[in-house]
Structures are given as structure tokens and as C-alpha cells.
Design a protein around this ligand. Sequence first.
Ligand code: R5P
Length: 291
Amino acid sequence: MADMDGILQNKDKDYGIGIPVAGQSFFLKGSDNLDWGMKHRLSRIFNEKSGRTVMLAFDHGYIMGPTSGLERLDLNIVPLIKYADSVMCTRGALRSVVPPSMDKAICLRYSAGTSILTELNNECVLDIADAIRTNASTMAVMVSIGGTYEAKTIENLVRTADMGYKYGIPTMGVTAVGTDMVRDSRYFATASRICAENGANIVKTYYCDGFEKVVNSCPVPIVIAGGKKLPELDALELCYNAINDGAAGVDMGRNVFQSEAPEAMIQAVRGVVHDSLTPKQAFEMFNDLKK
Ligand code: R5P
């Protein structure tokens, strides 16, 4: 029988913070028992040396239309792709704009539905055939825990993971947050864990205070979304704190493509994620590159 105490009494929980996951031979948490194809695709997203990734997210148009900074994907985004480990986008953007010759892992936006003009998250999923055709390294599915469309979005995740295991393509659960929800570690830990338990091989969520609890209670790698545009130093601090708390990378959009210098910004983010630069060092790098 389910009880709310399990998710409410956060302070008494033991997250084993600082204790590495035991007995792993593959470099990514929770991925040891996956098939070769899954591991191969995960290795295209995550850098084996750092164990981390910089994903460039520009799928916003699927719910927001021509988002600021994404008006012209060919002009705004294509020049940034060379600095990313992976691109996260819709199949529409991929086919119309992204050069097929690029050598980056594809995180395919795999769920779609309502836009910001109505209530978000009433979504369906694509056909696995399109993930295979586009050579996707992972399929991203929105999951709305605690929201109106919780059951439907979990069903989308489950169906995607079923097909993903069948064809060797990992699934990324993307935790959606309703405007009325509290953005704290209890919520993000609950949402992330539910994604992993239901088959997600990667979870994308948001950074918050107590983030190490979110990471430690999730058995698969977590990447963070950047969220709304922040001043560059603040965005680099966000990346640094997330990595320090155990995130396996970032899946960042607005804080890169809405930056005053997007090419400089994505390189500075790489510095934090892969080279462990401090926010100050990365901000200096940003200012140097901006010149
Ligand atoms: C949100 O669900 C979208 O899928 C974005 O990819 C995600 O929010 C990351 O972009 P941003 O860093 O702009 O939040």
C-alpha cells in the first residue's frame, strides 16, 4: 500500500551521499546491465573520460513556436553544434536544418502534444521507426509527475522504454514542472526516481537546493535543464553546482542560445562540465572568447 510518508519525511532519509555506486564496469551509473547497442548510444552522448555531457537543447519550438534566439535555427543553432556532445531537437528541426553530416549524438524529442497556448503535457509519442531512421541516440519524453496528465505521460515513457529496449535506443525522461508545483528536492527526487523506475535510462530535471539528494536517489544519470535565461555568470554557477552535486551534465538551451555570445557561452559551459572549471574561470573564458 502506498503511503505519503515515504515522500514527505525527507530529512530522515539516507541518500548515501559521497558513496559511489558499487560494482560498476560501464562508466555510466545504472547502465551496466544494458545491451551493447544501448551502451554504444549512451557512449555517444556521454564523454567516457569525464562521464558527462553537454547537450544543446533547441526543441523549445515544439511547444513555444519561434522562441527568442531560435527564430532562425540555421543561423542561430547550426554554428553552435560543433561545441556540443549531443543535440536535443525535434524531428522537424533535425530534418529541415541540422546537417546530416554532423557527428553528434541525437537526442530526439519523442513526445509531442499541447502547446503553451493550452494546458501543457497532454502528449503522444512518435513511432520508433523515426528514431531508427534519424539514428537517434536517445528519445526524450516529457513526464508530468503530479500533473493533470501524469498517467498519460508515464504511459508515454513506458511505451517508449519498451520500444527502446527492443531496438537498443535509450530513453530520456524529462521532468515537466507545472507552474503550481514546488520546485524543491523532494519533488525533483520523486519525479526523477519515478522516471528511472519506469524505464528511463537518463533523466533530465532542474537544479534545486539539496540537488545531491535528487542525484543520489536516482539510479541513472541525471542532466539538468538550464531553464530561463540568467546572467552568464549565474548560469555558469548553476552548471558548476549541478556538476558538483553529481549531475552527469547539462541539457541547456536558453542560457546558451539567448546569451549575448552563444558560441562563447557554450564553450564556457563545456569548460565547467568537462574540465571542472570554476564559475569564475569559465566566466573569464566566456569574456575572452566573446572578444
Ligand atoms: C523543455 O522541456 C525543453 O525540452 C528544453 O529542452 C529544456 O527545457 C532545456 O532547455 P532550457 O535550458 O532552455 O531550459
